[in-house]
Design a protein around this ligand. Structure first.
Ligand code: HEM
Ligand code: HEM
Length: 188
């Protein structure tokens, strides 16, 4: 599989970035929702609330690093041509949804970090490495971080519904193998 994108489909690097971020996002939504609803002394699959928080925050920092690399990759390598089967309005929607998702992929971990640090909570990356404290305790900033994190979290779900819905509609209804452009180990 070619590393770079070709005219007709995405290359291995773009796919690796796309599906790595997807898997970490699934992890974030599961751990985020569970940890916030876990009562004192309760565990989820053997993990305490505290362990889930550390895991959630650490994986969130990792995804920020991956997204920054992904943006560099996208900006420095050519994109494939548009799928021929996409209508003009679908191209416009795709363009804006993708831009919005990139902004959210940055804002989501940043807001989580701001909330955590401004809230005066400290954490070690995967329980091992102490992160630099770039923000001192500040209650109003913590509230902004927390609310942004929650609201952007819901906005991402809406954007992804459009993104995935459009892909599935083309693949299953129009039967144009649209998803093969991004799925690994498939032929266009
Ligand atoms: C966290 C979840 C997801 C995010 C943030 C996301 C984001 C993106 C972005 C930004 C692109 C543009 C290419 C790039 O810059 O890499 C893209 C392309 C694509 N995504 Fe996703 N995606 C997600 C999940 C999914 C899922 C679950 C599917 C399949 C059901 C999917 C199918 C596709 C396809 C087929 C393309 C290529 C579209 C085209 O040919 O223009 N994505 N995605
Ligand atoms: C892309 C990365 C991230 C995603 C998708 C994400 C997603 C989520 C979700 C879905 C929730 C639960 C919201 C709810 O159930 O209402 C949550 C909560 C939370 N997240 Fe994240 N998160 C990310 C990164 C981070 C990072 C990097 C940190 C901290 C360094 C963080 C800290 C928190 C905290 C502290 C909560 C609990 C909020 C509260 O108590 O109100 N998150 N996150």
């Amino acid at each position: 599989m070619a590393l770079l994108n070709s005219a007709g489909r995405y290359g291995a690097m773009a796919k690796l970035f796309h599906w790595t971020v997807f898997l970490i996002f699934v992890n974030q939504y599961v751990t985020g929702s569970v940890m916030m609803r876990l009562g004192k002394g309760q565990a989820f699959l053997g993990y305490s609330g505290g362990e889930l928080y550390t895991w959630h925050k650490s994986a969130g920092v990792v995804v920020l690093a991956v997204v920054l690399l992904r943006i560099v990759w996208r900006k420095t390598t050519p994109l494939p041509d548009w799928a021929e089967t996409l209508e003009d309005w679908e191209r416009a929607v795709t363009k804006w949804v993708e831009r919005f998702l990139y902004v959210c992929m940055i804002l989501m971990p940043v807001s989580g970090y701001v909330f955590t640090m401004a809230g005066g909570y400290r954490f070690k990356l995967f329980g091992v490495v102490e992160l630099p404290v770039l923000i001192e305790k500040n209650a109003s900033l913590a509230a902004v971080g927390e609310w942004s994190h929650l609201i952007i979290g819901y906005m991402i779900v809406i954007a992804l519904t459009l993104h995935i819905g459009l892909g599935l509609k083309h693949h299953l209804v129009n039967k144009d193998r649209f998803l093969n452009r991004m799925l690994p180990f498939t032929k266009q």
